[in-house]
Design a protein around this ligand. Structure first.
Ligand SMILES: Nc1ncnc2c1ncn2[C@@H]1O[C@H](COP(=O)(O)OP(=O)(O)OP(=O)(O)O)[C@@H](O)[C@H]1O
Ligand SMILES: [Mg+2]
Length: 109
Protein backbone atom coordinates (compact mmCIF):
# COMPACT_ATOMS: atom_id res chain seq x y z
CA UNK A 1 0.00 0.00 0.00
CA UNK A 2 0.97 3.59 -0.45
CA UNK A 3 -0.02 6.83 1.22
CA UNK A 4 -0.73 9.68 -1.15
CA UNK A 5 -0.39 13.04 0.60
CA UNK A 6 -1.76 15.87 -1.46
CA UNK A 7 -1.51 19.51 -0.43
CA UNK A 8 -4.11 21.40 -2.43
CA UNK A 9 -6.03 24.67 -2.57
CA UNK A 10 -8.67 24.52 0.19
CA UNK A 11 -11.44 25.54 -2.21
CA UNK A 12 -10.69 22.44 -4.32
CA UNK A 13 -11.41 19.96 -1.52
CA UNK A 14 -15.01 19.37 -2.59
CA UNK A 15 -14.04 18.70 -6.20
CA UNK A 16 -11.20 16.38 -5.19
CA UNK A 17 -13.43 14.45 -2.79
CA UNK A 18 -16.10 13.89 -5.47
CA UNK A 19 -13.50 12.88 -8.04
CA UNK A 20 -11.98 10.33 -5.62
CA UNK A 21 -15.43 9.00 -4.82
CA UNK A 22 -15.99 8.47 -8.54
CA UNK A 23 -12.99 6.09 -8.61
CA UNK A 24 -14.28 4.36 -5.43
CA UNK A 25 -11.69 5.83 -3.08
CA UNK A 26 -13.63 6.60 0.10
CA UNK A 27 -11.28 6.60 3.09
CA UNK A 28 -9.23 9.75 3.61
CA UNK A 29 -7.94 12.11 6.28
CA UNK A 30 -8.05 15.85 5.77
CA UNK A 31 -6.03 18.52 7.55
CA UNK A 32 -6.04 22.29 7.42
CA UNK A 33 -2.37 23.23 7.08
CA UNK A 34 -0.09 26.13 6.26
CA UNK A 35 2.76 25.95 3.83
CA UNK A 36 4.92 27.46 1.16
CA UNK A 37 6.42 26.25 -2.08
CA UNK A 38 8.85 27.59 -4.68
CA UNK A 39 7.50 31.15 -4.50
CA UNK A 40 7.96 31.23 -0.71
CA UNK A 41 4.36 32.32 -0.18
CA UNK A 42 2.79 35.32 -1.82
CA UNK A 43 4.18 38.81 -2.39
CA UNK A 44 1.82 41.70 -3.03
CA UNK A 45 2.06 45.45 -3.36
CA UNK A 46 -0.05 47.81 -1.30
CA UNK A 47 0.00 51.66 -1.19
CA UNK A 48 2.19 51.41 1.85
CA UNK A 49 4.75 49.12 0.17
CA UNK A 50 5.51 45.49 -0.58
CA UNK A 51 4.28 42.75 1.72
CA UNK A 52 4.84 39.00 1.88
CA UNK A 53 2.59 36.34 3.39
CA UNK A 54 5.12 33.57 3.73
CA UNK A 55 2.84 30.71 4.88
CA UNK A 56 -0.40 30.21 2.99
CA UNK A 57 -3.39 28.20 4.23
CA UNK A 58 -3.79 24.94 2.30
CA UNK A 59 -5.65 21.66 2.71
CA UNK A 60 -3.82 18.36 3.00
CA UNK A 61 -5.51 15.10 2.02
CA UNK A 62 -4.05 11.74 3.00
CA UNK A 63 -5.28 8.66 1.16
CA UNK A 64 -3.90 5.16 1.73
CA UNK A 65 -4.53 2.85 -1.24
CA UNK A 66 -3.30 -0.35 -2.84
CA UNK A 67 -0.23 0.10 -5.05
CA UNK A 68 -2.36 -0.60 -8.11
CA UNK A 69 -4.51 2.48 -7.36
CA UNK A 70 -1.70 5.00 -6.81
CA UNK A 71 -1.45 6.29 -10.37
CA UNK A 72 -5.17 6.77 -10.77
CA UNK A 73 -5.38 8.55 -7.40
CA UNK A 74 -2.58 10.91 -8.47
CA UNK A 75 -4.20 11.61 -11.87
CA UNK A 76 -7.59 12.14 -10.25
CA UNK A 77 -6.24 14.60 -7.69
CA UNK A 78 -4.20 16.51 -10.31
CA UNK A 79 -7.16 16.79 -12.68
CA UNK A 80 -9.64 17.87 -10.03
CA UNK A 81 -7.35 20.26 -8.10
CA UNK A 82 -5.64 22.03 -11.03
CA UNK A 83 -6.28 25.66 -11.95
CA UNK A 84 -3.05 26.10 -13.90
CA UNK A 85 -1.86 28.93 -11.62
CA UNK A 86 1.04 28.73 -9.19
CA UNK A 87 0.00 27.31 -5.83
CA UNK A 88 -2.09 24.39 -7.16
CA UNK A 89 -0.28 22.08 -4.76
CA UNK A 90 2.08 19.15 -4.41
CA UNK A 91 1.64 15.41 -4.00
CA UNK A 92 3.93 13.11 -2.05
CA UNK A 93 3.80 9.30 -2.16
CA UNK A 94 5.05 7.17 0.76
CA UNK A 95 5.08 3.42 1.39
CA UNK A 96 2.75 2.07 4.10
CA UNK A 97 3.51 -1.23 5.89
CA UNK A 98 -0.04 -2.17 6.87
CA UNK A 99 -3.40 -0.95 8.09
CA UNK A 100 -5.57 -2.45 10.79
CA UNK A 101 -9.33 -1.92 11.08
CA UNK A 102 -9.96 -1.34 14.78
CA UNK A 103 -13.47 -2.85 14.82
CA UNK A 104 -12.44 -6.24 13.42
CA UNK A 105 -8.67 -6.43 13.79
CA UNK A 106 -8.55 -7.09 10.04
CA UNK A 107 -5.12 -6.32 8.56
CA UNK A 108 -4.31 -5.19 5.05
CA UNK A 109 -0.86 -5.11 3.50
N1 LIG B 1 9.17 20.58 -0.82
C1 LIG B 1 8.04 20.61 -0.12
N2 LIG B 1 7.96 19.94 1.04
C2 LIG B 1 6.82 19.95 1.77
N3 LIG B 1 5.73 20.61 1.42
C3 LIG B 1 5.76 21.30 0.27
C4 LIG B 1 6.91 21.34 -0.55
N4 LIG B 1 6.64 22.10 -1.64
C5 LIG B 1 5.36 22.52 -1.49
N5 LIG B 1 4.85 22.04 -0.34
C6 LIG B 1 3.52 22.24 0.16
O1 LIG B 1 2.63 22.34 -0.95
C7 LIG B 1 1.89 23.56 -0.87
C8 LIG B 1 1.60 24.05 -2.26
O2 LIG B 1 2.80 24.27 -2.92
P1 LIG B 1 2.81 24.93 -4.34
O3 LIG B 1 1.64 24.47 -5.12
O4 LIG B 1 3.00 26.41 -4.21
O5 LIG B 1 4.13 24.22 -4.94
P2 LIG B 1 5.22 24.81 -5.89
O6 LIG B 1 6.29 23.78 -5.95
O7 LIG B 1 5.57 26.20 -5.48
O8 LIG B 1 4.46 24.81 -7.31
P3 LIG B 1 3.91 26.08 -8.11
O9 LIG B 1 5.09 26.67 -8.82
O10 LIG B 1 2.87 25.53 -9.02
O11 LIG B 1 3.32 27.03 -7.10
C9 LIG B 1 2.76 24.47 -0.02
O12 LIG B 1 1.99 25.49 0.58
C10 LIG B 1 3.34 23.49 0.99
O13 LIG B 1 2.39 23.24 1.99
MG1 LIG C 1 4.11 27.71 -5.34
Amino acid sequence: MMKVEAIIRSEKLGAVKSALEAIKVHGMTVFEVKGRGEQKGLEFTHRAGKFRIDMLPKTKIEVVVKDSMVNSVIDTICNSARTGEVGDGKIFVLPVLKSIRVRTGEEEK
